[in-house]
Ligand binder design. Sequence first.
Ligand code: SF4
Length: 306
Amino acid sequence: MSHAAEAKAQYNLNKLHKRLRRGVGQAIADFNMIEDGDKVMVCLSGGKDSYTLLDILLNLQQSAPIQFSIVAVNLDQKQPGFPADVLPGYLSQIGVDFKIVTEDTYSIVKEKIPEGKTTCSLCSRLRRGILYRTAKELGATKIALGHHRDDMIETMFLNMFYGGKMKSMPAKLISDNGEHIVIRPLAYCREKDIEKYSVARQFPIIPCNLCGSQDGLQRQVVKEMLQDWDKRFPGRIETMFQAMQNIVPSHMIDKNLFDFAGISKDSPLAVEGDMAFDKPDVPKVPVGLLQDDDEPAASVQFVELT
Ligand code: SF4
């Protein structure tokens, strides 16, 4: 690589790093994900997302105005071919506290689930139990997962298309037994940024399909639909993600979220105003395109929607 090309690659990596760092910092602040004195257990699968999460959190730890510690945890589920030495090697090299938990959930899943059926739901239930137990043993106060913005959008569509619910992945949640707080600091980060960052940083990726199972055809279909939209309608993904943060219950039809039955002449005015006789006011330019973004928008064509 020439000197100029090297300098350009370094410049792009810095920009990417800054954007990811800003996204993680913003999510942490918006959802109060990490507090002073926290011990954050970062769940590391060996995929691009969790490597990026760990990397950015370690970096933020250096300059954060609060003190928190990090411990990386990997669960070796004894899937055939899992390269057990890759993560310990990497984690020792970067000098982070870590624990590898070995539990043969693979055999349990194979024994309980008939051949040909999807194994992911039992597998992830077992994994969750083990990770919660590990967090308790380590005294971790937060459990950080590597799901990102695109996982959240996909999940929302999966729930709408198949589950009949408008529901995504929470950026922060409390476990059913009330003992653990789970956070998703990559909530504002784009998968394509994570992908580029992971390649540039040369993380030692462990392929995610070692067990030979798939996380359902539906997720793949939704992923492809979103990728297609992203190509054909720049800004649409960003706009949808903004929409998920900007819900107007009085303009949906969920009777549990808004007291439609109780509306009377004395009710306060609707948040978005009275539009009973209006055509919806749809911006010509997707609002997501107007946000700070390095992606070129010059070739974009817009369709009049109103
Ligand atoms: S893909 Fe394999 S490891 Fe992942 S949840 Fe499914 S069964 Fe478990």
